[in-house]
Design a protein around this ligand. Sequence first.
Ligand SMILES: [Zn+2]
Ligand SMILES: [Zn+2]
Length: 195
Amino acid sequence: MPRCPSCNKLMTHSTQENVRLNTCPGCFGIWIEKIALNRLARTPAPPPADGSPEQSLQELAEIVVESNTKGRLHCPVCPVDLVKDRYHPLIPVEVDRCPKCAAVWLDVGELPLLRRLFAELQSSTDPQVMALRDKVANTALAMEQMHQRTRDLQDINTGTGPLGFGGYGSLGAGSSPEANAVGITMDVLINLLTR
Ligand SMILES: [Zn+2]
Ligand SMILES: [Zn+2]
């Protein structure tokens, strides 16, 4: 069982919506495979089981601003440091990912915020949000076409391709600098989604 990269406690297995992950009993952060995170982030979270009101986007964001690890963390599995990366060009949540095993460390509150922002971004009919979505999708498409041309030219038959920190589904985008340039700040995003 891996230890927490943040507080070094032994993590425990758990599941959320049938997705397996590791939770730290000390700081309540989450250690999760990239593929599992991509799936979970795109699944809207169920309402609180105890009937209490859902936290607002602003409240969720405040928890994350507070909990986000500033220092460099070490992968609990591989002998490398974790890399700080925005999870998605439109979602200003910085996560720590391992460049070797591709697992991701999420400080407490980051997963609920990711899930909420994905849901809000996908359902928003605000023209500015829709324009941003299009921009990310078009950038992703252009990047994919470029990668495809590169693959055709080089006749690479590995089938793995240039894996970005992505799999962004219907929101599009990859982890290229071009796609990340579409990124906006948390304040701007929350303003767009809550007005
Ligand atoms: Zn911890
Ligand atoms: Zn690793």
